[in-house]
Design a protein around this ligand. Structure first.
Ligand SMILES: Cc1cc2nc3c(=O)[nH]c(=O)nc-3n(C[C@H](O)[C@H](O)[C@H](O)COP(=O)(O)OP(=O)(O)OC[C@H]3O[C@@H](n4cnc5c(N)ncnc54)[C@H](O)[C@@H]3O)c2cc1C
Length: 385
């Protein structure tokens, strides 16, 4: 007899396990992950910071509503700390001063603790920054995320509530018949499911196509990260980004993460860093700081996944019955995961939107909204990681 589940979640990254942990309160759940290990793709490749000023208004609301989960996680899910203080500093040089001022005007409305800082204070927080950074926005409330611990907490939530997780399990096709999904895996196994949740990251359109649902123009953009030995102590420095989005650096257990903030269109794949991205990262590090690292310790790349309006796809497919999206989480899928999962679960079971997301309507995140945008570029907006 075929195994049968109320919810089949495709993808074992942060989106998949977070939404599974919520849905497991309402019915039987199976998470399918194609790789041998969970969180192998974008979830395992983030800068691991949460900034309340990041992204558009909808992202900011999801980020704020997620904060409590990271600061005081439910005891039944974890006893580990999921976050630790970091702070963030966004810097401007002379040509970008107006841009920095405009950003400050917006940030100040949403993050009351954010402060305008000048050269002396920048030097106090990050003495290795070049003198050309004449002003900055300090966001002391930004914090580091322990992505592994967060993912593990959601996984525990899924299993505690009776959910199952299967790795090495790739969905090959699915057909809707008689009010249920008849799902076939690549290894030939078959499963019945009431609802499919598409949390397949860069492959979300591929999964939609395999299920006969709507393809929505998912755009994976590759970002390069280089890890260097800074040859001095940087651990107490904030996350630092430039307001022109040319560079971010972040301390990483005694090392320094450096990214040129690239956004190179890519097919869904196991992303690898390109030499050009690595060279640009090192060049920008040297022109922004006095650091001259002798060794690159590591280099990697990840796919940040967007649709043109840089707002996630959450909710019912415009055509396919029983097919729910939780995808296009951009550069903020970790920091928004707790609230995003509650939002997605509410939309999947037909509940009201959670009360702590008062300004979000189902239409704002509805996957069908992007149908007319398929050929548009992903809009460049003020984002930093
Ligand atoms: C360089 C970089 C820096 C970032 N920094 C931050 C940050 O500081 N803060 C933040 O909040 N976010 C950050 N992000 C973004 C964040 O990492 C993502 O938004 C998030 O990880 C997306 O999670 P996901 O579950 O949607 O995708 P993924 O983690 O990619 O998971 C999707 C999963 O679906 C599986 N899958 C695909 N097809 C199938 C199939 N047919 N059958 C079964 N399984 C399938 C894949 O194998 C994959 O494991 C960053 C991203 C990058 C690349």
């Amino acid at each position: 007899m075929k195994q049968s589940f109320d919810f089949l979640v495709v993808g074992g990254g942060i989106a998949g396990v977070a939404v599974a942990s919520e849905l497991a309160r309402h019915g039987s759940v199976l998470v399918l992950e194609r790789e041998r290990s969970l969180a192998y793709h974008t979830t395992g490749r983030s800068a691991a910071i949460s900034m309340e000023s990041y992204g558009n208004a909808l992202i900011r609301e999801l980020t704020c509503a997620s904060r409590e989960f990271f600061e005081k996680p439910p005891a039944e899910l974890t006893t580990d700390a999921l976050s630790s203080p970091r702070g963030a500093l966004i810097l401007g040089d002379e040509p970008n001063l107006d841009k920095l001022r405009a950003r400050y005007g917006v940030v100040k409305q949403h993050v009351p603790s954010a402060r305008w800082v000048e050269r002396d204070e920048i030097a106090g927080m990050a003495p290795f920054m070049e003198q050309k950074w004449i002003a900055g926005i300090h966001e002391p409330s930004a914090f580091d995320l322990d992505v592994h611990a967060i993912h593990s907490a959601f996984l525990r939530g899924t299993r505690l509530r009776g959910g199952l997780v299967r790795t090495d399990a790739e969905i090959a096709s699915a057909e809707r018949q008689g009010g249920a999904w008849h799902v076939r895996l690549v290894d030939g196994a078959t499963i019945l499911a009431g609802t499919i949740v598409n949390a397949a990251g860069a492959w979300a359109d591929v999964v939609a196509q395999r299920c006969g649902a709507t393809t929505l123009g998912i755009k994976p953009l590759l970002r390069t990260v280089v890890v260097v030995d800074p040859e001095r102590s940087v651990e107490h420095c904030p996350y630092i980004g430039t307001v022109d989005e040319q560079l971010f650096i972040k301390p990483d257990v005694g090392r320094l993460m450096v990214s040129p903030c690239d956004e190179t269109p890519s097919d869904p794949c196991d992303a690898l860093p390109e030499e050009l991205g690595v060279a640009i990262a090192m060049d920008r590090l040297e022109s922004a700081t006095t650091l001259r690292p002798k060794r690159i310790l590591n280099r990697w790349a990840g796919l940040r996944v967007f649709v043109p309006d840089r707002t996630p796809l959450v909710g019912a497919d415009p055509e396919a019955d029983g097919f729910i999206w939780c995808a296009a989480l951009g550069g903020y899928g970790i920091q928004t995961a707790p609230a995003m999962a509650r939002l997605c679960a509410a939309l999947a079971i037909g509940d009201a939107i959670p009360a702590d997301l008062p300004h979000i309507a189902a239409g704002d995140v509805a996957p069908g909204r992007v149908l007319g945008m398929a050929s548009q570029q992903v809009t460049a907006v003020a984002e930093l990681h």
